[in-house]
Write a protein that binds this ligand. Structure first.
Ligand SMILES: [Zn+2]
Length: 419
């Protein structure tokens, strides 16, 4: 080999290595119906190992309790918070029937595929509706998303998986085994793994040894995915983010039920291996934070509309602000927000239309003011319209909220449940 050829091959190797080192991939897992107190008191060696590399936090879902964004603590509702980064008043999933999801709020797969159609996406799930209805694969209204791989629908097979208490366990075993195999061999860029068995045992036995056993079994199933990730990191130098969460807690009295707004039902949790986390991970962390966090890690930008409508705050990367609140006081609207980084100015925008939700395109915003982020509050005069959306655009992230007058509520939820 000549010196030139040798140098060239060294250069090529270095380029390949650095390209591989920059490859980022993510997988999120939902373990159904495990309250935070239960996951914290159960010996979960895999989750513990993941948290040792990254972190663990409690989080919440259910939107603003007693507020306009309150959302039921029900399974499909919870998954869709993860997928879309918004609460039910926007994504319009209120129960497990998933009658009329509002696909105007793009889910994580649609955003990823739109940003880069060559990204490899996959769903491994013990419930087929997750792909066909929530992701809305192949539906024009949901953007005609085509996943590169899916492994689901086993619950429809009554021969291979006959009725019985352990039916869902057997299905979760197949789903997690296939997720581990596929991720290890193919390394898809973005995957969702969903496991159901813990919730089944919760409904059957409530807080009980049987339920704890199901939770422990889920840890071992997470292990299949985690081992695959570690193998790929080692073999290919890829950077992986894994997020594991749940879709609701359970009632405090029996542990059998969920759907209401009690603390135990609203309190969830997040495990991640990601070390690069910001203050949001320990500040009012919410299920809706997961979607923007994963997309940031993957360096996929949010579409402008998604960013303005987002209810979550990314827990990785730089963040300025969180938790915008708006209160009407006569003709005034009083805004307050939490501050992570007070540097720079925040733009305050208002719209009195809701075109995005109604599928009529973007809204027109009026720029009300520009104020220092560090102020943490701003009051402005707004005619007493029945509805407005307020957006605070800070240097590192954007937050938003709605003002909804009671008389307008039925118009605010044209498809959803009235309450
Ligand atoms: Zn559930």
């Amino acid at each position: 080999m000549t010196k030139i050829k040798f140098l060239l091959s060294v250069a090529c190797c270095c380029m390949l290595l650095s390209a591989a080192a920059q490859t980022r991939k993510a997988v999120f897992m939902i373990l159904d119906g495990i309250p935070a107190d239960v996951i914290e008191k159960t010996d979960m060696p895999v989750l513990k190992e993941i948290a040792a590399r990254g972190g663990y936090t409690r989080s919440y879902l259910g939107g603003e309790k007693d507020g306009f964004s309150q959302s039921p603590t029900i399974s499909a509702v919870g998954y869709n918070h993860v997928l879309t980064g918004v609460w039910s008043h926007k994504h319009n999933v209120w129960d497990n029937d998933i009658r009329e999801p509002n696909y105007a709020y793009w889910n994580i797969f649609r955003i990823a595929e739109q940003a880069n159609p060559s990204l490899q996406t996959a769903v491994f799930s013990s419930w087929i509706d997750n792909r066909t209805k929530l992701v809305g694969e192949g539906l024009p209204a949901a953007g005609n998303v085509k996943l590169d791989y899916s492994f689901d629908g086993l619950e429809l097979d009554k021969t291979r998986f006959p009725a019985g208490e352990k039916r869902m366990f057997d299905i979760d075993e197949s789903v997690s085994t296939e997720a581990g195999r596929y991720i290890r061999e193919k390394g898809p860029d973005l995957s969702w793994v969903y496991l159901e068995y813990p919730d089944d045992m919760g409904h059957l036995y409530g807080d009980s040894p049987q339920f704890l056993d199901a939770v422990k079994k889920a840890d071992a199933q997470v292990g299949r995915v985690w081992e695959a990730i570690k193998a790929r990191e080692q073999q290919y130098g890829e950077q992986w983010m894994i997020v594991i969460t749940t879709d609701h807690g359970r009632d405090a009295q029996t542990g059998k039920n969920h759907g209401s707004q009690t603390d135990r039902e609203r309190t969830t949790w997040i495990y991640t291996n990601l070390a690069d986390r910001n203050a949001r991970f320990k500040t009012n962390t919410a299920t809706v934070d997961i979607m923007p966090s994963i997309l940031r890690f993957l360096t996929i930008p949010l579409p402008a509309t998604t960013e303005q409508e987002l209810d979550g705050v990314p827990f990785t990367g730089k963040v300025s602000v969180h938790d915008l609140k708006a209160v009407r006081n006569g003709k005034n609207i009083e805004l307050t927000w939490g501050i992570f980084d007070g540097a720079g100015k925040a733009e305050i925008l208002v719209s009195t239309t809701n075109n995005v939700r109604d599928g009529k395109g973007d809204d027109t915003y009026t720029r009300v003011a520009e104020v220092p982020v560090s102020a943490g509050k701003y009051t402005f005069t707004q005619p007493e319209t029945t509805f407005c959306k307020i957006v605070v655009k800070a240097p590192n992230n954007t937050i938003s909220t709605w003002i909804v007058d009671n008389k307008y509520v039925k118009h605010v939820r044209p498809f959803g449940r009235q309450y």
